[in-house]
Design a protein. Structure first.
Length: 106
């Protein structure tokens, strides 16, 4: 089991900004960032042996699809206090980032 207090999606810009997409290759390059994140996160979760993921925030749809194909269940939008209860019930550690996941947390 893995318990995350972060959104499992590619980082978004936190400032007001704009992106100009001038052609199809620009769009594909921008889209590839999200796909790469999803593939790396799915591989990290799968290789750690996780069978279920609890997440306080949302999960990228591409990542959900990849996790489903690896038979990893996902529970999203878990309230903070409920997330703490889940972690305490199974002696799991709440992880702030996918990159911090090293082994199954339960």
């Amino acid at each position: 089991m893995a318990v995350f207090s972060c959104a499992l999606e590619a980082q978004r810009l936190k400032t007001r900004s704009s992106v100009q997409v001038r052609n199809l290759s620009d769009y594909k390059a921008m889209q590839q960032v999200g796909v790469t994140y999803a593939e790396e996160a799915a591989e990290a979760l799968d290789s750690s042996g996780v069978e279920i993921v609890f997440c306080q925030w949302g999960i990228d749809l591409e990542l959900c699809h990849l996790l489903a194909s690896k038979e990893i269940a996902v529970v999203t939008w878990v309230a903070g206090h409920d997330l703490e209860r889940v972690a305490m019930a199974v002696s799991a550690v709440i992880c702030p980032r996918v990159q911090d996941l090293k082994a199954p947390l339960f």
